[in-house]
Design a protein around this ligand. Structure first.
Ligand SMILES: *Cc1c(COP(=O)(O)O)cnc(C)c1O
Length: 227
């Protein structure tokens, strides 16, 4: 068996194990394969092994890969920082954008999404650890942004995404993720219909699942170290 096949099986098994451990349903946890800096050959191999959704951080890289793999029915998720001059190609290409952090970007994506395509699924990126250097909106600003995004017909607000400050301690990892989960819960109580928590990467996916992640974004544990 190839390393990639082996890795996908291992991750599938750990998602199942974590789900059982934390009273979650396996089907409620989607594995997003983060393929940045990995080849289209590897993506195609993963697709042939049953992996259908892929995440990319860089606009040019995503567009080039989507073009080369247009014969496959892939679901593309954009998970990197998005500048306003790059929104058009993203609006025409992806199924999901996880990193909405200001209204201007949301409005451009809404306007540029072709009419014949379904609304783009979007998450608001939250700066959950309050880091000065991190992208994402502060927790206190999420509701106002969510209210505006809900008015945009070509966007479907699905939930929240975060990249907490790296922690090796499991309980500290959980604590950061629980903040995002509570924020989503609070918004749902106020009437938003959010069903997505995009949180957890290779090093902290168990803590993320424990706190309710519905999409875990995994690169290294699937494809190995990046170049
Ligand atoms: C690179 C990246 C990942 C995947 O990270 P790994 O540690 O390789 O699993 C997930 N989310 C985002 C936003 C990333 O940039």
């Amino acid at each position: 068996m190839s390393t990639l096949a082996d890795n996908l099986l291992t991750i599938g098994a750990s998602i199942k194990e974590y789900a059982e451990c934390y009273q979650r349903k396996t089907k409620d946890i989607q594995l997003l394969a983060v393929s940045k800096h990995h080849s289209v050959q590897k993506i195609e191999e993963a697709f042939n092994l049953g992996q259908t959704s892929f995440g990319e951080n860089y606009v040019q890289e995503l567009l080039e890969k989507a073009r080369q793999l247009s014969h496959l029915d892939l679901e593309w998720h954009f998970i990197g920082p998005l500048q306003s001059n790059k929104t058009k190609m993203i609006a025409e290409t992806v199924d999901w954008v996880h990193t909405i952090d200001r209204l201007k970007i949301a409005e451009r994506l809404n306007r540029q999404r072709p009419e014949n395509l379904d609304a783009i699924n979007v998450c608001i990126q939250v700066n959950i650890s309050n880091e000065a250097s991190k992208s994402g909106v502060l927790a206190s600003d999420v509701e106002a942004l969510a209210t505006e995004i809900e008015k945009l017909p070509q966007l479907k607000l699905r939930g929240l995404m975060a990249i907490p400050a790296p922690q090796t301690d499991f309980n500290k990892q959980r604590k950061e993720f629980s903040k995002l989960a509570l924020l989503k819960q609070g918004l749902n109580i106020k009437g938003f219909k959010l069903d997505t928590l995009s949180m957890g990467m290779s090093a902290d996916s168990e803590a993320a699942i424990a706190e309710g992640a519905t999409i875990i974004r995994i690169g290294t544990r699937i494809f190995g170290a990046r170049e």
